[in-house]
Design a protein around this ligand. Structure first.
Ligand code: SF4
Ligand code: SF4
Length: 150
């Protein structure tokens, strides 16, 4: 299955769009404060100006399809950063070890939660450190335990 409609990465954290359903939608473009997203036709997948994108993730919290991720391949010598849109409860907590899942929901490796970025709407952003080779595979997470989450 083709899954990366737009996966050209910039030097740092960069938005990745995996929005392939041809439905009329463009709140991501309206939400980007840097004007980095263009939706030429309302049914098309957005295109990104990678030079304008700083990976802030604001667009992620406005995407009803949970179709936007942010990837930073240069996060550290060993790990890439993948920001995941997340609407489940409980939320993970910082430094928690979680299962890294691919697009099909299959376990592909281990991930560490770097940050839990709560949003004012229901779509929160979970920052995961993952092995670099999994940066374009990890698109979801699974908690291993649920002890003390809020
Ligand atoms: S991550 Fe930030 S800068 Fe990049 S496209 Fe999304 S809203 Fe715009
Ligand atoms: S908001 Fe999400 S689903 Fe809608 S066009 Fe943007 S990336 Fe696609």
């Amino acid at each position: 299955m083709e899954h990366q409609a737009h996966a050209k990465l910039g030097a740092g954290p960069t938005a990745v769009f995996e929005c392939l359903q041809r439905i009329p939608c463009n709140p991501c473009a309206d939400a980007c404060p840097r004007g980095a997203i263009t939706v030429k036709e309302i049914n098309d997948c957005p295109t990104l100006d990678v030079d304008r994108c700083n990976g802030c993730g604001i667009c992620m919290t406005h995407c009803p399809g949970l179709s936007i991720f942010v990837v930073d391949l240069q996060y550290s010598p060993e790990a890439a950063l993948v920001k995941i849109p997340y609407e489940f409860s409980p939320l993970p907590v910082q430094d928690e070890q979680v299962d890294a899942l691919n697009r099909q929901g299959d376990y592909v490796g281990d991930a560490r939660v770097i940050r839990v970025q709560k949003s004012s709407n229901k779509t929160h952003i979970i920052w995961l450190a993952v092995p670099k080779e999994l940066a374009m595979e990890v698109r979801n997470l699974r908690l291993r335990k649920e002890p003390f989450h809020d």
